[in-house]
Write a protein that binds this ligand. Structure first.
Ligand SMILES: NC(=O)c1ccc[n+]([C@@H]2O[C@H](COP(=O)([O-])OP(=O)(O)OC[C@H]3O[C@@H](n4cnc5c(N)ncnc54)[C@H](O)[C@@H]3O)[C@@H](O)[C@H]2O)c1
Ligand SMILES: [Zn+2]
Length: 348
């Protein structure tokens, strides 16, 4: 098992990564962090059915463990769900020392972290990410929140977990569509900053697509280390962290445009990476060879370029990355050399 510490101004926390090795450490980690004695697991009916029993077994018998089931569909990542959880927490008599447990993918993690940040002005939470995307991205960095009708993640807070337990064997039941969604974020890290990951992704697509444990653990650890570098330098997302938004300018707009149905976050940002790559080439920022390499990696993992909806620019304009009348893009000069570029709205 690997342990990576994320340094945060709001409290540092460990990420435990491993294959069939992580859960046995849960009880001792929670004791050392002095969390409990009341835990509330927030998860979906599917995940509770698949792993609920297994997870609960790893909490000490001396603590009380309750559970709240919610929908983990993107369309339900909203204030209604937040309100429902809060009502249930009050009924369960959750108090300021109650520790919330996010057990699921990015949707569960984002909602749970946000509820933890506001319930009784803040209670601790820990995360058990169960999707590739949440293990490589959303469970790290303390961003949490929900969508509104107007856009993605428009309500939220920075609120880090007290610990993250990334058990890679949870990924074996993840539907392929959602597994590939996580791979889009993995590709993003490879393009913006991780030459080693880029080489692994090009060299071993079949092992990665088949989720071979040893490769998986290596890929996840590599992604976490890349994200750590960006967020530790700019936790509140004022400068360097924005690089992690490569592919997200279009990606978030596509998700909002589809009303958060039918398209995964990864599928949306894969399209965003195609557009950002095209823009980089059009603006002569990068060479055709660099653009070709990015496109070929996206194709290798099953992401085909799709035409953008005709009115997508108005959806982008509502995105929170907008600065005045300009849209903030992350473009690519070469592999490992991204650039923040402000482009007037009417140009796109
Ligand atoms: N906070 C951040 O920094 C950050 C970063 C990136 C993405 N996100 C957010 O993450 C969300 C997407 O998260 P996601 O890709 O993890 O997907 P998800 O949470 O939407 O889950 C996808 C589906 O997989 C199912 N599932 C999850 N784990 C499973 C498992 N082990 N076995 C079987 N089924 C399983 C879920 O029930 C769900 O139906 C988006 O809302 C996105 O905005 C947040
Ligand atoms: Zn993302």
């Amino acid at each position: 098992m690997k342990k990576i510490i994320i340094q945060s101004q709001l409290g540092s926390y460990p990420i435990h990564i491993g294959y069939k090795t992580v859960l046995k450490h849960v009880s001792s980690v929670l004791t050392s962090l002095r969390l409990g004695p009341h835990f509330v697991i927030i998860t979906s009916p599917t995940l509770s059915h698949l792993y609920g029993y297994k997870l609960r077994r790893h909490f000490s018998s001396s603590v009380k463990v309750d559970q709240i089931l919610i929908s983990d569909q993107e369309k339900d990542k909203n204030m209604d769900t937040v309100q429902k959880i809060i009502s249930r927490l009050i009924k369960l008599k959750a108090h300021r020392k109650t520790c919330l447990v996010a057990f699921g993918g990015g949707v569960i993690g984002d909602i749970t972290g946000f509820v933890a940040s506001i319930y009784m002005r803040g209670v601790p939470f820990i995360a058990f990410p169960t999707t590739l995307l949440s293990q490589v991205d959303s469970s790290i960095g303390g961003k949490c929140g929900v969508n509104t009708q107007e856009g993605k993640n428009l309500v939220g807070s920075f609120y880090p977990p007290r610990a993250v337990f990334s058990e890679c064997s949870f990924l074996k039941t993840l539907p392929q569509k959602h597994y590939r969604s996580g791979l889009a974020e993995v590709i993003k890290y490879a393009v913006i900053d991780n030459q080693k990951l880029w080489t692994i992704l090009h060299a071993h697509p079949s092992q990665i697509l088949k989720r071979i444990p040893s490769v998986l653990e290596k890929v996840i650890t590599s992604c976490v280390l890349t994200k750590k570098k960006f967020i530790e330098e700019d936790e509140k997302d004022f400068s360097k962290r924005q690089i992690l938004n490569f592919g997200h300018t279009i990606g978030h707009a596509l998700e909002a445009h589809a009303a958060y149905r039918g398209i995964t976050h990864g599928e949306a940002i894969a399209q965003g990476m195609y557009t950002a790559t095209d823009l980089s080439l059009q603006r002569k920022l990068c060479r055709p060879k660099t653009a070709g390499g990015i496109r070929s990696l996206l194709k290798k993992y099953g992401f085909q370029k799709q035409p953008l909806p005709p009115n997508i620019s108005s959806t982008i304009a509502r995105d929170k990355k907008r600065e005045n009348k300009a849209i903030s893009w992350i473009l690519i000069e070469e592999l490992g050399k991204p650039q923040r570029v402000s482009i007037p709205q009417e140009v796109f």
